[in-house]
Design a protein around this ligand. Sequence first.
Ligand code: GDP
Ligand code: ZN
Length: 336
Amino acid sequence: MTKRKLSERQQARVQQLQQKRLRQAEKNKSSEPVLNEADFAAEQEGLLIAFYGVYADVEDKQHRIHRCYLRQNLGIVVAGDEVIWRANAKTNEGVVVAVKPRRTLLIRPTAPGKTKAMAANVDQMILVLAVQPSPAINMIDSYLAAAEINHFKTVIVCNKSDLLSEQEHQALFELLNIYRQLNYPVVFASAQQKTGLADLQRLLSTHTNIFVGQSGVGKSSLIAQLLPVETVRVDVLSPAGDHGMHTTTAARLYHLPGGGNLIDSPGVRDFRLWDIAPEKIAEGFIEFRDYLGRCQFRDCTHLTEKNCALQHAVNEGIVTSTRLQSYQRIVAALKG
Ligand code: GDP
Ligand code: ZN
């Protein structure tokens, strides 16, 4: 059994434990010792903006932020969680009493067999690419697979387009046709020249977004353009004596002035294809999905097997060989 499988199993166990705690929390509700019921107003819905380890910022329906503590045995809460909370009339603080079911949960591995939840209810990934040198298809596909497996939509953003000559722009535009054909929107933008931002903002609205991509591609610069009045606190400078960058800064949800939400933190920006079993990667290639399970061999790896439905789809011109090769490279790298 591979390490990867083990860690998946461990993840499942962590989830089971979490479920158990949630059930326990439900049971404990009536006998909660720390709440003096008389001090608390009725339950109301809220949006968890950030969780700071002990308390959380919860936004009410009027967009006011309340510092809230967590009812014991609540389990984890993360930015983006939709919660039920009660205000304490005496202290002006509140208590989170329940977390609504999540549509998505972004989890990253921290150590072997350990994971940390980063953000809830994210539904779109904004993949920011470096335009020079031309981005590697392989890298793009790896991000796309990670997004698909997490049930996020994706927007591809080519930032720094001001650096491209007309010809380079054209070549990159054509390189990315493969993604337009798969219905991933592609935006050319420049945070510096402030171009493409309206298109990007339109795609962000009505979604809860995360910005991802390699260091230096311009994520901070783009976010600064989209969130001009907010202070984006994503400083990753380590305190003296701490070696290397740390990614402990709490993820925070921001409402974008042009509509939609952004959840951001250094850890969230670092999102990628984490800890996924090679067998699962194929599901991250949307155009493969119709063919999965149709190969002659149930455990087909779509590499060299006979009667592979995916190879067949490539021969028919339905799936591009670029994407199948990309898939094969990603799987090979994971197994390597
Ligand atoms: P991040 O690491 O992805 O957050 O990238 P940053 O936003 O910190 O940007 C990295 C560098 O690229 C900085 O020096 C920015 O000034 C520069 N940069 C960002 N956006 C643009 C752009 O649209 N055009 C150009 N020419 N430079 C940019
Ligand atoms: Zn196959």
